[in-house]
Write a protein that binds this ligand. Sequence first.
Ligand code: GAR
Length: 189
Amino acid sequence: MKTKIAIFASGSGTNAEEIIRYFQNHERIEVSLILSNNPKAYVLQRAKKHKIPHFVFTREMFYKEKIVDEVLRLNGIDFIVLAGFMWLIPERYVRNFISKMVNIHPALLPKYGGKGMYGNHVHEAVVKNKETESGITIHWVNEEYDEGNIIFQAKCKVNPSDTAEDVANKIHRLEHEHYPKIIEKAIIG
Ligand code: GAR
């Protein structure tokens, strides 16, 4: 039986799509489900394109009604990947998926982490503070934003002339290169 991954994403989903592609013909791992809190998220189009089932949920369904828990259970999900998912993960998920849930953050944690530090906000802060480098962090998920144990980091240079968009592009390249492989390693060892 293959290990079944569910990917949670709130936005465009370029990382989700790289992960879908990477595991398309994998012997031991498959992406079984895409979940989003945002009915307009482009990741849902990507899920349709690759014929991966998807599920959209509200705050109530996620935090109170435990409907998302049920969807994960019914789909036999073994491993959760957060790829640009912007809501805090409820504690019961953390308990149910110990060492089975990873997140990617577009900075070198612990720098530029925490509430409000996501997506372009991170890159804008990096440019504003004239950082000379930035990078990505892949980490296990716990109940706090961006605080689980770090699995992997990779760096890129930030030039004085770089805009937040330039940094975002460099970060996305690093994410696409590493996230699928690190997920594979986290699952298979
Ligand atoms: C990625 O850069 C990811 O690191 C970031 O959102 C972007 C999603 O891009 N995640 C966070 O900021 C989480 N705190 P994508 O939709 O193109 O994959």
